[in-house]
Design a protein around this ligand. Structure first.
Ligand code: ZN
Ligand code: FE
Length: 733
C-alpha cells in the first residue's frame, strides 16, 4: 500500500487535557509514524502510514477525544511522506502563542481514588494528587504554552518516580504539569502549629470553629453546616448578614438526605437545590430561601476534611475578592478564621466557585473560565469592561470572546485590582493587546471610568442592549430579535433608570419598543435596599392607599413622591418585585442584591390564575402593573395566602411579556425572542415566560453558559463592539 502523510491542526481546548498522549497511544495502536506537539493554536499531529489507518486516526480524534477536551476545529493537510521511523511527542517550544486554550481547573477524577485510598500507594492520602484528567489548570498557569515551567509548580523539582511518569506517554501523568507526590511536591500544614493538619481541621470543625482552607482558586472559610452557632459566628465575623452560604457535602448520598438532587455538572460548581422537609442544615445558611447552594468535594483536600456537611464560602471579608496568598489570607481573614490550613502551591489566578441553577450558570468562574465563546466572525482585539455589579470582563481574540471569571462589585479598590489582574492574565495567555474598549453607557460607573483610563477608542453600549447582545452571542445568533431585558437597574439611553425593557435589537443596534410602566424611584439608590419604598411608589402610581405601607419615614417619602421630585422614573422589573415582596409581607429591607425577588420566588407555590397585566398602546408599548396591584391587594384583604399571591404575580408577568411580544411581532414580523437580565435567573419567571412564548409560536433564546444577570454584560458589549468593528480589523471576511 502507498504510504500517505497527513497533518492535522486541531484547535479548541486541547492543551492540558491529555490530548497528546491520547494521539500518541492511538497512533501507536494503528502502527502510524510521525509526531504530535502543542503549537500556539492548539495541537498539531503529523502522521504517516497507510491511508486507511490515517482515516481511523482522524475519526478517533474527532469522535473520542479525552473527556476534558473540546475540539473547535480540525484542519487536514496532505503532505509528502518524510519516512519517519517512530511516533513521538515533541515537547512544547516556546513560541509566540495566540489562541492556545488553557483548560479550566478540573475536579478530582474517578481514577485517583484507587491510589488515594490505597495505603500501599505512594500517593496515599496525598492532598495534591492529580493526573491529566484532573487538578488545577487556569489558576496556576502564568503563561502559554501550558508547560510546568510556566506554572506555579515550577519550583517543585520532580523526584525520579514522578519524572518517569511525566515522561512516559502511556502514563496517566504524562505531561501532567502539576504532577507531584509526597516526596517532591507541595505540602500542607496548620499555621502556627506542628499538628497533623487534616486531623486538626476535622477536630476544629466538630468543635464549631471556623477554618480557612487554601483551595484551587483561593481560600474557603469552612464551618459545620449543622451548627446554628457556628454559622452565626461566621456571619458576624464576615459582616455578612443574610446572603446565603454554600454547603459542601461529603458525597452524593449525604447531599440527597438534605436536598433534592438534580443532574450534577462535571466541573462541580455550586448548584442551587431545593431543601427537603426535615433538613438538618442550620437555618442561618440561607435565611428566607427554599434552596441551598450545594457542591461536592472537588480537590483531594476536600475529600480528606469534608466528613459532614460544611459551609464553604469564599475566603473574603464581605464583598472583597477571594484571598489567594498565604500572607494575604492570614492578614485579611485573621479575625474571621480560628485555624489556617496552608500549602505551598501558589495560586496564580483568583477564582471563585461557579454557581448554577437549573442547568444555567449564574456565576461563571472555576471550571468554566477561560473557555471561550465563538463569535462566528472575526474581530479586532477589544476589551469589554462589563457592568459595575457582578462584574466580569471580556476580551476578543480573532473570532473568540473570552469572558473572565466573576470579579464582583467594582466599588472596592481591591475589586478594581482584581479586575486589573484578570485583564492582564487573559491578555498574556491569549496574546491579545486590545485596540478598542467597550463599556456601559452609565457615566458614573467605575467600569466606565476604567475604560476611559485605557485611552483606547471607546464604544459605549446601553446596558439592556448589552444583555440582549450577550444572549445572541451565547446562542451564536446575529439576527434581529425581540429582546426582553428585565433586571434591577441599568442606565437608560434617556438618562432614566431602565429595567423592564422590550427592545427590537441585533448586534448593530436597538430600538426601545416597550417597557414596564415607569414609577418614581424614591431616594435613588437607597430604594434598592428598601423594598418598602418601591411598594409606596407603586401604590401611589396605582392610586391605592399609601397607608398599606407601615414605616416611620412613610409620610416624608410619600410627600417627596407627590411633590414630583420623588426620584428618577424607573421601568425596572426588579423594583416591581421589591414592591410586591414588601406588600406581601415577605421582605421590607434587602441586605443583598436581589434578596426581595429571591425570597418572593422561594415562597411561591402551585399554579394559579394570573393577575391582570394589560398592554397600553402607544408608540412605546407599556405593560401596566396597576390592575395587577389592585387585584393583589384585594387578595391580601381576603386573606389569600402569600404563596398563592406570589404565584399569581409570576403568572401575570409571563402572560404580560407574552402579550407585549405578540404586539411587537405583528408590527415587526419578528418571531424570535431573547430573554436576558437578572430577572430571568428567577426559575419560575423564566420557565413560565418561555412557556407563554412557545405557546404563541415564538422561538425563544435563553442563557445557559453565560449568566443572564450582569455577569454576562461584558460578553454583550464585546460582541456588539466586535460586530461594529469587524471590517476595521483588516483580516475580516
Ligand atoms: Zn514525586
Ligand atoms: Fe442588568
Amino acid at each position: 500500500m502507498e504510504p500517505a502523510r497527513r497533518i492535522f491542526r486541531i484547535r479548541g481546548v486541547v492543551q492540558g487535557v491529555g490530548f497528546r498522549p491520547f494521539v500518541y497511544r492511538t497512533a501507536l495502536r494503528l502502527g502510524l509514524r510521525g509526531a504530535v506537539w502543542n503549537d500556539p493554536e492548539g495541537v498539531v499531529v503529523d502522521a504517516e502510514g497507510d491511508a486507511a489507518s490515517l482515516d481511523v486516526l482522524a475519526y478517533e480524534i474527532k469522535s473520542s477525544p479525552p473527556s476534558r477536551a473540546s475540539i473547535e476545529s480540525m484542519r487536514t493537510l496532505d503532505a509528502v511522506p518524510a519516512g519517519a521511523a517512530t511516533f513521538s511527542i515533541i515537547p512544547s517550544a516556546t513560541l509566540g502563542a495566540s489562541h492556545a486554550r488553557v483548560s479550566a481547573d478540573l475536579p478530582t477524577c474517578a481514577a485517583y481514588l484507587a491510589e488515594f485510598l490505597n495505603p500501599k500507594d505512594r500517593r496515599f492520602r496525598y492532598p495534591f494528587i492529580n493526573c491529566t484528567d484532573c487538578g488545577p489548570r487556569y489558576s496556576i498557569v502564568e503563561d502559554v504554552p501550558y508547560d510546568r515551567s510556566q506554572t506555579t509548580m515550577r519550583s517543585f523539582r520532580m523526584c525520579p518516580a514522578c519524572a518517569s511518569e511525566y515522561a512516559d506517554p502511556l502514563s496517566r501523568r504524562f505531561h501532567a504539569q502539576p504532577n507531584a507526590c509526597p516526596a517532591c511536591g507541595p505540602r500542607l500544614w496548620l499555621h502556627g502549629s506542628d499538628r497533623e493538619p487534616i486531623a486538626a481541621t476535622i477536630e476544629a470543625l466538630r468543635e464549631g470553629k471556623i477554618v480557612a482552607l487554601k483551595g484551587i482558586g483561593g481560600f474557603h472559610l469552612a464551618c459545620d453546616a449543622r451548627s446554628e452557632s457556628a454559622v452565626r459566628k461566621l456571619r458576624e465575623r464576615k459582616h455578612r448578614s443574610g446572603k446565603p452560604f454554600a454547603v459542601m457535602f461529603p458525597d452524593l448520598p449525604s447531599l440527597e438526605r438534605e436536598l433534592v438532587p438534580e443532574s450534577l455538572h462535571p466541573t462541580a460548581p455550586i448548584a442551587l437545590l431545593k431543601k427537603k422537609a426535615g433538613s438538618t442544615l442550620a437555618s442561618g445558611i440561607a435565611p428566607g430561601l427554599d434552596e441551598v447552594g450545594a457542591f461536592l468535594p472537588y480537590t483531594p483536600l476536600h475529600h480528606l476534611v469534608v466528613r459532614q456537611p460544611l459551609v464553604m464560602t469564599s475566603g473574603n471579608r464581605s464583598d472583597e475578592p477571594i484571598a489567594i496568598r498565604n500572607d494575604e489570607a492570614l492578614e485579611r481573614l485573621g479575625d474571621i478564621a480560628d485555624l489556617f490550613i496552608l500549602h505551598d502551591r501558589d495560586i496564580h489566578m483568583r477564582m471563585d466557585d461557579s454557581v448554577m441553577r437549573g442547568g444555567k450558570v449564574l456565576r461563571r468562574a472555576r471550571g468554566f473560565v477561560p473557555e471561550s465563546i465563538n463569535l462566528g466572525f472575526d474581530s479586532p482585539p477589544i476589551l469589554a469592561v462589563g457592568a459595575d455589579l457582578k462584574n466580569t470582563l471580556c476580551l476578543t481574540a480573532g473570532g473568540a470572546a473570552i469572558l473572565s471569571q466573576h470579579i464582583g462589585d467594582l466599588e472596592s479598590w481591591e475589586a478594581q485590582q482584581f479586575f486589573a489582574e484578570a485583564r492582564r492574565n487573559l491578555e498574556r495567555l491569549f496574546r491579545v493587546t486590545p485596540q478598542y474598549v467597550a463599556h456601559d453607557l452609565h457615566p458614573g460607573y467605575h467600569s466606565t471610568r476604567m475604560a476611559r483610563a485605557t485611552g483606547l477608542p471607546a464604544i459605549a453600549v446601553q446596558h439592556h442592549h448589552a444583555h440582549i447582545a450577550s444572549c445572541l452571542a451565547e446562542n451564536g445568533r446575529r439576527d434581529r430579535v425581540i429582546g426582553v431585558a428585565w433586571d434591577g437597574t441599568g442606565y437608560g439611553a434617556d438618562g432614566t433608570i431602565w429595567g423592564g425593557e422590550f427592545l427590537i435589537a441585533d448586534l448593530a443596534g436597538f430600538e426601545r419598543k416597550g417597557r414596564l410602566r415607569p414609577v418614581p424611584l424614591p431616594g435613588g439608590d437607597s430604594a434598592v435596599r428598601a423594598p418598602w419604598r418601591m411598594a409606596l411608589s407603586h401604590l401611589l402610581a396605582a392610586e391605592l392607599p399609601a397607608t398599606r405601607v407601615v414605616h416611620t419615614e412613610r409620610a416624608s417619602v410619600e410627600a417627596m413622591i407627590r411633590s414630583g421630585f420623588g426620584g428618577v422614573p424607573t421601568s425596572s422589573a426588579g423594583r416591581l418585585f421589591d414592591a410586591v415582596a414588601s406588600l406581601a409581607g415577605v421582605c421590607h429591607f434587602a441586605t443583598y442584591e436581589g434578596q426581595a425577588a429571591m425570597e418572593l420566588e422561594a415562597i411561591c407555590e402551585g399554579d394559579a390564575p394570573p393577575y391582570p397585566m394589560p398592554v397600553i398602546d402607544g408608540d412605546l408599548l407599556e405593560l401596566d402593573p396597576r390592575p395587577l396591584l389592585r387585584a393583589l391587594l384585594d387578595d391580601l384583604d381576603r386573606g389569600v395566602p402569600a404563596p398563592l399571591i406570589t404565584s399569581r404575580f409570576h403568572a401575570a408577568l409571563a402572560l404580560g411579556i407574552g402579550e407585549l411580544c405578540e404586539r411587537l411581532r405583528s408590527s415587526t414580523q419578528l418571531s424570535v425572542v431573547a430573554l436576558s437580565g437578572g430577572c430571568f435567573q428567577n426559575r419560575r419567571l423564566s420557565r413560565s415566560t418561555k412557556e407563554a412564548l412557545v405557546q404563541r409560536g415564538f422561538e425563544v433564546l435563553v442563557h445557559f453558559r453565560v449568566p443572564a444577570g450582569d455577569g454576562g454584560i461584558a460578553l454583550g458589549q464585546a460582541a456588539m463592539a466586535a460586530w461594529r468593528l469587524r471590517d476595521v480589523s483588516g483580516h475580516s471576511r
